[in-house]
Design a protein around this ligand. Structure first.
Ligand code: FES
Ligand code: FES
Length: 179
């Protein structure tokens, strides 16, 4: 028979009282007890990164973290990125650039990239690749994801000229038509 633990978790700035089987991971409790299903359930082996959340600002694979050890820590999930109706610059850039296709890897990518930009708001493409190396994507080929993080970094820095060329977003103008 399962043993249960009661804890107060600080998630996205809110204290949530939860009761859960003592051996359950943070991934399981976020999804099943907190109803925060934005954090995705992938390999459960620490290999795909899709379950990444931030704990005290650091990316953590929630499938490998025991919830019983999370009391008093600050947990951030993808649901906390948006500010009211305002998307986080990373969310907006992923959406506008097509950096999310099936979207399964996207919450983990966004959380890892959030931690990167908090440390370094002007990362090179190589630094972005290194930061996201533990987040696997089977759809996009990664190129759009790297571009989206570069674009969002520019927005976070307040660089008005940041972002891809107009053609990347809207395509080239038709020959013979004014642009
Ligand atoms: S589900 Fe956690 S790393 Fe894959
Ligand atoms: S968008 Fe499908 S796995 Fe990344």
């Amino acid at each position: 028979m399962d043993r249960y633990t009661t804890a107060t978790l600080r998630v996205n700035g809110q204290d949530l009282q939860v009761v859960f089987p003592t051996h359950h991971t943070l991934l399981e409790v976020l999804r099943e007890e907190c109803g925060l299903t934005g954090t995705k359930h992938g390999c459960e082996l620490g290999e795909c990164g899709t379950c990444t959340v931030l704990v005290d600002g650091e990316p953590v694979l929630s499938c490998l973290a025991l919830t019983a050890e999370m009391e008093g820590r600050s947990i951030e999930t993808v649901e906390g990125l948006q500010d009211g109706n305002e998307l986080h610059p990373l969310q907006a850039a992923f959406a506008d650039l097509g950096a999310a296709q099936c979207g399964y890897c996207t919450p983990g990518m966004l959380m890892t990239a959030t931690a990167l930009l908090a440390e370094n708001d002007d990362p090179s493409a190589d630094e972005i690749r290194t930061a996201l190396a533990g987040n696997l994507c089977r759809c996009t080929g990664y190129h759009k994801i790297i571009e989206a993080v570069e674009w969002a970094a520019g927005v976070v820095r307040g660089d008005a000229g940041a972002g891809p060329a107009r053609e990347v977003l809207f395509g080239s103008s038709v020959p013979g038509e004014g642009s």
